[in-house]
Ligand binder design. Structure first.
Ligand SMILES: Nc1ncnc2c1ncn2[C@@H]1O[C@H](COP(=O)(O)OP(=O)(O)OP(=O)(O)O)[C@@H](O)[C@H]1O
Ligand SMILES: Cc1ncc(COP(=O)(O)O)c(N)n1
Length: 269
């Protein structure tokens, strides 16, 4: 059986985040990767130099072409740019009956560039979160979506309950943005409406974390496409991203990409 996964996201010309990170990750996870491009960005490890959005109809045409011939077992969203694209993707997901929709609510690039209009946070809450099987915000994204300040793991749990209440069936709050002074660990929280689970790794001191969130959610998407349970998929994603950060490639002059080969090629940790 060939499992297929689709990413609906922006193109990162530098190859470390967005569509490129997702497709490299799907490939590493032995899942056939497909893409619908929501924006072209001119981007490298030093930052985002340009953003050129697709129209909502261009995104819809890509989704229609893919779905009628190559229906995916799981779908993830990344940079969605604006309200129109969010609404189109949410409507298409509902009408196609996509069960495994993984929403990575990308808002701001590591370098500070905006990848989603501020007004569009409401559209994420009202349109996309209610149809999400899994949502994977980082801490600033969870704060923006819930209006809650997150200082510790207790606050993360409360924000996860809020996001579950908005309709997401599973909530993962990623701990990459916890400050070094708060913790020498990077702890992600999973909430399924009943129980909380924590996934912890040592915090790696490195500037090379470009695309960590995209890669992490792409592993979860690939593992779900293969039919694995959510807990196991997050466990695999945590191992994958920890290896990818530990063995980052050291390329570029800014925040470099991670190493998508590290986990499956068995680089010694
Ligand atoms: N310095 C680090 N050391 C270890 N793990 C990390 C580090 N930074 C991030 N992670 C892990 O990487 C994954 C992605 O988390 P992060 O909070 O960086 O997402 P993100 O901000 O959405 O990423 P991006 O915006 O770069 O795509 C999580 O599993 C997190 O725990
Ligand atoms: C097209 C695209 N999608 C997502 C990100 C977020 O990644 P990061 O926060 O590491 O910059 C990005 N920079 N570009």
């Amino acid at each position: 059986m060939v499992y297929k996964a689709l990413t609906i996201a922006g193109s990162d010309s530098g190859g470390g985040a967005g569509i490129q990170a997702d497709l490299k990750t799907f490939q590493e996870c032995h899942v056939y990767g497909m893409s619908a491009v929501t924006a072209v960005t001119a981007q490298n490890t030093k930052g985002v130099q340009g953003v050129f959005p697709s129209s909502a109809s261009e995104v819809l045409e890509q989704l229609t072409s893919i779905n009628e011939d190559l229906p995916p077992e799981a779908v993830k969203t990344g940079m969605l740019v604006n309200d129109e694209i969010i609404a189109s993707v949410a409507d298409f997901a509902s009408s196609s009956g996509w069960e495994k929709l993984i929403v990575d609510p990308v808002m701001i690039a590591k370098g500070g560039a905006s990848l989603l209009g501020e007004k569009s946070i409401e559209a994420l809450i009202n349109r996309l979160i209610p149809v999400a099987y899994v949502i994977t915000p980082n801490i600033p994204e969870a704060e923006a979506l819930t209006g809650r300040e997150i200082r510790d793991v207790g606050d993360c749990r409360k924000a996860a309950e809020d996001l579950y209440g908005m309709g997401a069936k599973h909530v993962i709050i990623k701990g990459g943005h916890q400050s070094q002074s708060q913790s020498s660990y990077a702890t992600d929280i999973l909430y399924d409406g009943k129980e909380f689970f924590e996934f912890t790794s040592p915090r790696i001191s490195t500037p090379h974390t470009h695309g960590t969130g995209c890669t992490f959610s792409a592993v979860i998407t690939a593992e779900l496409a293969k039919g694995n349970p959510v807990f196991d998929s997050v466990h695999t994603a945590k191992g994958f991203i920890t290896a990818a950060i530990s063995h980052s490639l050291g390329i570029g002059n800014g925040h470099g990409p991670t190493n998508h080969w590290a986990y499956h090629e068995g680089v010694n940790l």
